[in-house]
Write a protein that binds this ligand. Structure first.
Ligand SMILES: [Zn+2]
Length: 242
């Protein structure tokens, strides 16, 4: 057996014993076991013996393709408790560990599989490369095609960058001033906050599967449809994109 599972379980006991400020800080257990469902289940069973506010799914992107990763998550979310369907699950919170990418599609699929929280550098890092996130993908604003494009990044975005600056202005600024990266960061964070807010609203209004289908249509409608891994992962929790 991988030494990580028993070591992490023992480490959790030590962390709980040392946790001096439970009112100010939440301590999350890290579920180990890689892509082995038996090891994962063993780790979850041991760690859910403790009264934890949340769990992190320990995983490295090098452990498999996104489809395999998301598929394996869908298989064990139910082990946390009797939640069905997973996106309506009650606490504890579950969050994937970094450095998993947080592309918009990843966020939507992970929520469908039962994840509640995300922590990733993606929106700020991609901004530093000059890329603006939009519902239909992303805009690489360094490209010449935006030199005379006087529309905002996204006409439906309420962020300060979209309210004040055009794609053409940001394109020009990217060539000379790092302030452009700050403006793109502001937009990308606003985009992901809005996305998560929309996901939350759709869950409350009990129309999450419809939201997922609309999201995938907008994101992949002109690009041959959603990737197979997303389709398969969503089907594993009863959301059909057909
Ligand atoms: Zn914006």
């Amino acid at each position: 057996m991988s030494p990580r599972v028993p070591r992490s379980v023992r480490w959790l006991d030590r962390c709980l014993a040392a946790h001096a400020r439970p009112q100010q800080q939440l301590l999350f257990a890290i579920i180990q076991g890689g892509l082995d469902p038996e090891l994962r289940l063993r780790c979850i069973r041991a760690m859910t013996q403790q009264d934890m506010p949340g769990f992190t799914l320990g995983l490295r992107v090098t452990q498999g393709s996104p489809g395999r990763i998301w598929g394996s998550w869908g298989g064990f979310r139910g082990d946390f408790g009797p939640q069905s369907p997973p996106w309506l699950g009650e606490p504890p919170g579950v969050t994937p560990s970094s450095p998993l990418p947080s592309y918009a599609t990843d966020l939507v699929v992970c929520v469908a599989l039962g994840c509640d929280m995300f922590d990733c550098v993606f929106p700020t890092r991609t901004a530093r490369f000059g890329s603006a996130l939009v519902p239909w993908g992303s805009l690489q604003l360094k490209n010449h095609q935006f030199a005379k494009d006087f529309r905002p990044i996204d006409a439906d975005c309420g962020c300060p960058t979209c309210q004040r600056y055009s794609r053409a202005y940001l394109h020009a600024l990217l060539r000379s001033n790092t302030a452009a990266l700050h403006l793109l960061t502001q937009h990308n964070i606003a985009y992901q906050m809005k996305l998560m807010g929309s996901i939350r609203d759709s869950i409350v209004q009990q129309r999450f599967p419809e939201f997922v289908r609309e999201f995938m249509d907008t994101m992949y409608g002109g690009r041959g449809g959603p990737p197979a891994w997303a389709r398969e992962a969503l089907e594993s929790v009863g959301i059909s994109l057909a």
